[in-house]
Design a protein around this ligand. Structure first.
Ligand code: DAH
Length: 335
């Protein structure tokens, strides 16, 4: 029996070493280790052996089978790792330059200007809990503001964040005061899609908490940000808004650059695009994070990065931005 096994392994080794294609190796493997192989017949014969023989040949057969399997595995590895590196040198080399996504470009411009003003850039969580996305931001369970943000709830009890504002809470929980942070990222809302609405888009959150922070500080920072992105003074308007986590709240709109303010499908005919939600941090939000609102005040803002990129590059339909179409993306270069 031992001799027979040795012969089988020797023959298999020879065939394994000669083979050059994975498909052929598979055939050889089935010949030596498959159901109808001699090896299998030997294993099957164990059951008719005396118990003493079984004790000797059982472990021997199994050990040699493992050895053979290993030989096949090694050969499979070496065949699948073989990559043909030869190439046709006569072919023209056509190297195209990569480009950054327009949202990445505006995110970088904004974080750059904020960093110069002392802001730290954070990264939040796309999968968020109800507390950070809503509750701690002064949006309790039955608050109507939840309806404004159609939420994707997940089976694991978490949700896909509807806004980057939860990063304010993470920052206040984690860092000491005074605080200056910003946090760009992706957010999700169960929206009907059209030229200006996507279910996945980008925002950047910003927050300052310190002593003596006033609305003027907020407006100054917003102006600097827009100047950096557009390299010119752009027409903006500030109007009262409503956000549960700021008081007072404002919305900053920008004159639509697609139609020059005349009205188009991107601005829904109104001539203005909502770009920034902002305001002074609500005392309840500070309290939720253990901060005394009588000592500290702050401002916060959330900028629609996707919309900002659309304005900057005059992209009329938001759906291009998530399309991944290289013909579209190749148009953009970092300045
Ligand atoms: N999270 C708001 C939204 O998605 C935007 C926003 C408004 C952010 C006011 C803020 C803020 O930080 O203070 O609509």
């Amino acid at each position: 029996m031992e001799e027979k096994i040795n012969d089988l392994i020797l023959m298999a080794k020879k065939e394994i070493s000669d083979v050059t294609k994975e498909a052929d190796l598979l055939n050889i493997k089935s010949k030596y280790l498959g159901k109808k192989s001699e090896f299998n017949a030997l294993l099957a014969s164990l059951k008719d052996m005396s118990s003493e023989d079984k004790k000797v040949f059982g472990p021997l057969l199994n050990a040699r089978k493992k050895e053979l399997e290993q030989l096949f595995n090694d050969k499979f590895d070496s065949l699948s790792c073989k990559i043909d590196l030869s190439f046709d040198e006569s072919l023209p080399i056509n190297i195209t330059k990569g480009s950054l996504h327009p949202v990445t470009i505006v995110a970088k411009e904004i974080t750059d200007v904020l960093k110069r003003m002392g802001f730290t850039v954070l990264k939040g969580y796309e999968m968020e809990d109800d507390y950070h996305n809503f509750e701690a931001l002064n949006i309790p369970k039955d608050h109507p503001a939840r309806d404004m943000q159609d939420t994707y709830y997940l089976d694991n009890g978490l949700l896909l964040r509807t806004q980057t504002s939860g990063d304010q809470i993470h920052a206040m929980e984690k860092y000491d005061l005074p605080l200056r942070i910003c946090s760009p990222g992706r957010v999700f809302r169960n929206e009907d899609l059209d030229a200006s609405h996507e279910n996945t888009f980008f925002q950047i959150e910003g927050m300052v908490v310190d002593k003596n922070i006033k609305v003027e500080n907020l407006i100054y920072v917003m102006r600097e940000v827009l100047k950096e992105v557009f390299h010119q003074d752009v027409k903006v308007r500030l109007r009262p808004g409503f956000f549960p986590f700021t008081e007072p709240s404002f919305e900053m709109d920008m004159s639509c650059l697609i139609c020059g303010g005349k009205g188009c499908s991107t601005c829904k005919g109104g001539g203005w695009i909502e770009l920034i939600g902002c305001g002074m941090v609500h005392p309840n939000v500070l309290k939720n994070c253990g901060i005394d609102p009588d000592v500290y005040t702050g401002f916060a803002f959330g900028i629609g990065l996707t919309r900002l990129a659309m304005m900057k590059y005059k992209i009329s339909d938001i759906r291009y931005l998530n399309s991944g179409d290289l013909r579209f993306l190749d148009e953009f270069e970092i300045e």
